[in-house]
Design a protein around this ligand. Structure first.
Ligand SMILES: NC(=O)c1ccc[n+]([C@@H]2O[C@H](COP(=O)([O-])OP(=O)(O)OC[C@H]3O[C@@H](n4cnc5c(N)ncnc54)[C@H](OP(=O)(O)O)[C@@H]3O)[C@@H](O)[C@H]2O)c1
Length: 348
């Protein structure tokens, strides 16, 4: 299938370009960005900061504007990945969906709308068919589907295997990498040797998206999970990899070994379906000084979250550390895995 990437010159867009190289099902056909980049060659428009080299051939592609007409002038894609900033993503994604395209969005705009899926393929793959209601309700041939905020994805992956133990309360404090703010992101004088104790709208996203992701799909709508969740989000001088300190109440009071076993045995539908980007989603490390962003965020090609330091908590019940690659598991890789899930389910 042919793919167009909107926001292809940005942080998430570059990772998508790189991860789609050699993909067995998807091929990059159109790269689009703002009118600052449109008309330029990709290698001139993108300030390349991905650790691997820009894939050969891609650099010579012309960049389109991020609208239907400009994209269709450069190709005829089957699906759209939107890596646009939220101040413009909402309207642009609707324009593509109403023109008949399946849109896989990284942006926050549509995540909480009742007819729009918010998906982590290992957690709530059944929510994908919500797009059928969306198409009917909005009269679209295409649709919009979304994946969560980067700090939410890794948290929910770690929580999902614990739902069986009657998960009732969650407190999380995040230490989020600079790449989560895109490029050029946080000014160096603010970021260097410092901690910034606020990320706009991040705590609200963690608290609301988690309830939708862990909610029940009754065939027409998602009934949010009943869970108390409190988040504090900070930005730290780390390149990639959000680290989260998580404390939970589990009413069934499992042993520490039972919690670890729940994480170790968790696989999810992508591995069972044999999706190309599927990996074991969780690794638990026993060492007291792990996980660390620099050492662990590339685990499983960046798609495996790494947990550690599980111990009892005197106020809630259990506490642990959770690490995920924000750009791969939290955005680009997650979007590709979701598109693979939709293809396997015959939704695209
Ligand atoms: N970074 C992460 O870890 C992460 C994780 C999860 C979700 N997200 C979400 O993913 C999206 C992209 O984030 P990012 O970190 O990749 O941001 P970024 O590095 O700032 O990239 C933004 C991209 O959007 C394009 N763009 C900006 N304004 C535009 C406009 N008016 N019209 C058309 N294109 C425009 C830029 O093109 P030009 O180069 O031409 O300006 C660039 O390609 C955001 O919604 C973000 O919240 C990011």
């Amino acid at each position: 299938m042919k793919v167009a990437i909107l926001g292809a010159t940005g942080m998430v867009g570059q990772y998508l370009v790189s991860l789609l190289q050699g993909h067995p099902w998807f091929e990059t056909e159109v790269l689009a960005a703002s009118d600052r980049s449109a008309g330029k060659k990709y290698r001139e428009a993108a300030h390349w900061i991905h650790p691997s080299q820009m894939p050969s051939g891609i650099g010579e592609m012309e960049v389109a504007n991020s609208d239907v007409k400009s994209v269709e002038e450069l190709g005829s894609p089957d699906i759209i990945f939107s890596c646009l900033p939220s101040d413009i993503a909402g309207g642009v994604e609707e324009e593509f969906a109403s023109a008949g395209y399946p849109v896989f969005s990284k942006a926050a705009n549509h995540r909480l709308e009742e007819d729009v899926p918010l998906i982590i393929p290992e957690v709530n793959p059944s929510h994908a068919t919500l797009v059928d209601f969306q198409k009917e309700k909005r009269g679209w041939q295409g649709f919009i589907t979304t994946d969560p905020n980067c700090s939410t994805t890794q948290l929910v992956l770690s929580l999902f295997p614990l739902v069986q133990f009657d998960l009732s309360k969650v407190m999380v404090t995040t230490m989020q990498a600079l790449s989560g703010a895109g490029y050029p992101g946080v000014p160096s004088l603010d970021a260097n040797a410092n901690v910034i104790p606020f990320i706009s709208k991040e705590e609200e996203k963690l608290e609301s998206e988690t309830l939708k992701l862990l909610g029940e799909f009754d065939g027409e709508k998602i009934i949010p999970a009943e869970l108390k969740l409190s988040a504090t989000c900070t930005r730290v001088p780390v390149q990639h990899g959000h680290l989260e300190s998580v404390t939970v109440s589990l009413e069934a009071k499992p042993s520490l070994e039972e919690v670890k076993e729940a994480w170790a045995s968790f696989e999810g539908e992508p591995l069972k379906l044999g999706l190309p980007s599927a990996v074991k989603p969780i690794r638990y490390r026993e060492e007291n000084d792990r996980p660390q962003p620099r050492l662990d965020c590339d685990e499983g090609n960046g798609m495996t979250i790494v947990l550690g330091r599980l111990r009892m908590d005197p106020i809630l019940d259990y506490k642990y550390l959770c690490l995920g690659h924000n750009v791969v598991r939290g955005a680009a890789g997650e979007g590709i895995l979701q598109a693979e899930l939709f293809k396997a389910k015959g939704l695209i």
